[in-house]
Design a protein around this ligand. Structure first.
Ligand code: GSH
Length: 214
């Protein structure tokens, strides 16, 4: 079985591993599944060949024996359901881990993405200085709630799962904002994710792509 994913030919984050191919790479590393990467330029992402795989002209995509998937969350669920290591065996614990996958993508990720999008699309608009604190307030509310749930636990619900993998990648997008510094338990949680050997392999792989593009 050959797995092929797509990633930026030259990631705008300059190899910081914030693009969403990173979560797919990490998941594949966690389950020990080899994969190939097809790099796409911003131009190619909007052309018919790529849009046939990803209707919104984005990365990542996932191809496996004629199956084509897009949406990083759906790709992760596909990988996690077919391999050991990213979802617990117990049915209820599994359902809870999947719930955390959705929580990462539907509840925590949206305000963090709003912050980035506001900066690059509205950063020079007169309302931006007033808008940013409002977005940050929404982010902090979610982080307060997430930190309250996590407490001193290592992971969100028992053992490490795809829910943690997604949550760590989502929280990482706050790097540089200074917000995470106010949440030591969440910062430590992100550090634990980044300390995993599979994370390190995935990070190095995407960094190598960026370095090769220079
Ligand atoms: N919800 C999608 C979002 C995909 C997405 O936003 N991808 C970004 C890279 S992280 C992208 O391709 N941006 C370029 C663009 O939208 O033109 C997912 O989780 O896969």
């Amino acid at each position: 079985m050959t797995i092929t994913i797509t990633a930026f030919e030259r990631s705008p984050d300059r190899g910081r591993g914030l693009a969403r191919d990173m979560r797919v790479r990490w998941a594949l590393e966690e389950v020990g599944e080899p994969y190939e990467v097809r790099l796409v330029s911003f131009k190619a992402m909007k052309e018919p060949a790529h849009v046939a795989l990803q209707p919104f002209g984005q990365i990542p995509t996932y191809e496996e024996d004629g199956l084509v998937l897009f949406e990083s969350g759906a790709i992760l669920l596909h990988i996690a359901e077919r391999h050991q290591g990213l979802l617990p065996d117990d049915a209820r614990a599994r359902a809870r881990a999947i719930t955390w996958m959705f929580a990462a993508l539907n509840t925590v990720e949206p305000p963090t993405i709003d912050r980035e999008v506001a900066r690059y699309l509205e950063g020079d608009r007169p309302w931006y200085d007033e808008r940013l604190p409002l977005i940050d307030e929404r982010i902090r509310k979610r982080l307060d709630q997430l930190a309250a749930h996590l407490g001193d636990a290592e992971w969100l619900d028992g053992t490490f799962s795809a829910g943690d993998l997604l949550m760590v990648t989502v929280l990482r997008r706050l790097e540089g904002s200074g917000i995470l510094d106010d949440y030591p338990t969440l910062s430590a949680y992100v550090d634990r994710g980044q300390a995993r050997p599979a994370y390190k392999r995935a990070f190095a792989a995407q960094m190598a792509v960026f370095n090769a593009s220079l």
